[in-house]
Design a protein around this ligand. Structure first.
Ligand code: ADP
Ligand code: MG
Length: 317
């Protein structure tokens, strides 16, 4: 066998019970259940841009799968199948073993089968395509928000950005806090259970990959609305909460990316059901504001309007 086929067989071939045909032929075959639509998304991770060249390969593997699963969660879809296109500068077996372990750890946790891909030589570049199922016409879209919806966000925001700021030397964290934030940055947990249960509760949904204001902005733009948000209502790590006055902390929460939490809007009539859902899932869900007919976004902190248009707000430094 050629080195390429050996490599595919060893690191990227696993049983794929949810597919009719998996790795090994010119194409994989899958069947979508009656009454469902196929949801498809792809995300590319480029070394030096989306992760550091020397990042732990386990984390790169986990994250390249997790960010795609997160897109399924944001649509209210159940992730099922993935393909992997990978360019490798060299055949580095220990690196591949760890990358594959991280990729499959995430895939297994969310019951996703890797059913195909492409392997080639080149600058390190990882592209995972994900496919999932969603009941016909029930997907959570960005353009479904209504005026006067409650705006919600899951989990804690800002931890991943704080971890990145720590790695970049922009802030010095205690080792325990750094560990927690780096875990959020490197091994995010996609919110699939939340996404699929929100199908009949939320009007719109997005995953927070580029920062809350940017991603919520996509919902508002697609739905032709504005929003008013209260910073204090956004759940965050205790460290961030204790330093909420500091601009860098506000930036982490409002503009930091990579949290992969879900931001969604829902009618007020669903408020209790959504709070209930948070308890059921063991995932804090915070109501952070309201959508408005008037366009534009306003963020309040201690009853004061924050200047979110300030230069440098959306990017550190
Ligand atoms: P082809 O030349 O027909 O494109 P390839 O040699 O590229 O076939 O791939 C052989 C088989 O291995 C195909 O089924 C393909 O989907 C799968 N494959 C290749 N690379 C990967 C990968 N990185 N992960 C998973 N499956 C892969
Ligand atoms: Mg090929």
């Amino acid at each position: 066998m050629s080195p390429e086929f050996n490599l595919i067989a060893q690191y990227f071939t696993r049983p794929s019970p949810s597919a009719d045909l998996g790795v090994g032929d010119d194409a994989a075959l899958v069947s979508v259940r009656d009454g469902h639509q196929l949801a498809i998304s792809v995300d590319m991770l480029v070394a030096g841009t989306h992760f550091f060249h020397d990042a732990a390969p386990y984390a790169i593997g986990w994250k390249s799968m997790a960010v795609n699963i997160s897109d399924m969660a944001a649509m209210g879809a159940i992730p099922k199948w993935a393909t992997l296109a990978i360019a490798l500068p060299e055949i580095n077996e220990p690196w591949l073993a760890e990358f594959s372990r991280g990729l499959f750890a995430c895939a297994d946790q969310f019951k996703v089968d890797l059913i195909g891909g492409d392997t080639t030589r080149g600058p390190l570049n990882i592209s995972v395509q994900i496919m999932g199922e969603v009941p016909t016409k029930q997907a959570l879209r960005r353009d479904g928000a209504q005026a006067d919806d409650d705006i919600w966000v899951s989990g804690n925001l800002g931890s991943a950005a704080l971890g990145l700021a720590h790695l970049q030397g922009k802030i010095m964290l205690d080792s325990e806090i750094a560990k927690q934030c780096l875990q959020a940055l490197h091994t995010p947990i996609p919110r699939t259970a939340l996404g699929s249960t929100l199908r009949n509760k939320a009007n719109s949904c997005i995953d927070v990959s580029d920062g809350l204001l940017a991603d919520l902005g996509h919902i508002l733009e697609a739905s032709g609305l504005g929003a008013v948000i209260t910073l204090e209502n956004i759940a965050c790590h205790a460290y961030l909460h204790a330093h909420l006055d500091e601009p860098i902390i506000q930036q982490c929460i409002l503009a930091g990316g990579d949290d992969y939490e879900l931001a969604f809007t829902a009618p007020e009539s669903q408020r209790e059901a959504i709070q209930q859902l948070g308890h059921q899932l063991g995932l804090p869900l915070s109501m952070i504001g309201k959508t408005t007919k008037n366009k534009g976004m306003q963020v309040f902190y201690k009853q004061q309007l924050l200047d979110i248009s300030k230069k440098g707000f959306d990017h550190f430094g």
